[in-house]
Ligand binder design. Structure first.
Ligand code: ADP
Ligand code: MG
Length: 236
């Protein structure tokens, strides 16, 4: 489904990705953990075609991703901040891309939008504006909005990091539900309980490299590498 071959990315003098290899199979859920500044967000941005690579190749479903071109259609991305359009209702946010990008008929877009809101448990908030929703609800609308483009792959970049602690669970529950639907997912997260219980694999990044790629039990129970150990000790 996804193949990264020796990806390198610099910002000026700063070498941010120093040769990343990664294969993700259809339906796999992969958590990406690691210290701040290790290149996790940059990796996702490269994958979705938002960054020009210094070296390496990215293939999605066998097609090479050309920067700024065919990455985004197949992938939905959810960020740390909710980034909803404040002047549109929950439904308005969800149907915007299907209407504008996919040129879907309005009635069909509304049907689709309602299905997606239902999927994240927010059909009853259909006509509510973002300002009237909790952070957790806003993030669930953002997930519905990404799903409305019917992506094969969902990328999450710390989707719960800006939420109050009591709102984290409802968002993780929605993501967990998607995992059981076998959508291929890459999730950058600091929620170790989630990484452990939901993902098929956990990737640990440090200083622009993947330094471990293993089943959750292995990563969490047998931290072979002292940097993983040090990181887990700090946050657990
Ligand atoms: P992470 O998501 O793991 O915290 P990032 O991928 O956001 O790490 O950042 C990796 C490094 O690249 C950091 O040192 C960050 O400051 C730098 N960086 C990220 N984006 C840019 C950019 N657009 N311009 C310059 N430096 C950047
Ligand atoms: Mg980041």
């Amino acid at each position: 489904m996804i193949e990264l071959n020796n990806i390198k990315k610099n910002f000026g003098e700063l070498r941010v990705l120093k040769g990343v290899d990664l294969t993700v199979h259809q339906g796999e859920v992969v958590s990406i953990i690691g210290p701040s500044g290790s290149g996790k967000s940059t990796l996702l941005r490269c994958l979705i075609g938002l960054e020009k690579l210094e070296a390496g190749e990215i293939f999605v479903e066998g097609n090479r991703v050309n920067t700024f071109q065919d990455g985004p259609q197949k992938m939905g991305m959810v960020f740390q901040g909710f980034n909803l359009f404040p002047h549109k209702t929950a439904l308005g946010n969800v149907i915007e891309a299907p209407l504008v990008v996919n040129k879907l008929e309005k009635s069909k877009a509304i049907d689709l939008g309602e299905q997606m809101l239902d999927r994240v448990g927010l059909l009853d908030k259909r006509d509510v504006y973002p300002a009237m929703l909790s952070g957790g609800q806003q993030q669930r609308v953002a997930i519905a909005r990404a799903l409305a483009m019917q992506p094969d792959i969902m990328l999450f970049d710390e989707p719960t990091s800006s939420l109050d602690p009591e709102l984290v669970g409802e968002v993780l529950a929605v993501i967990k539900e998607l995992a059981s639907d076998k959508i291929t997912m890459l999730v950058v997260t600091h929620e170790m309980g989630f990484a452990r219980s939901v993902s098929d694999r956990v990737i640990f990044m440090d200083e622009g490299k993947i330094i471990a790629d293993a089943a959750p039990d292995k990563i969490f129970n047998l931290p072979e590498h002292e940097r993983i150990e040090a990181f887990l000790e700090k946050i657990l």
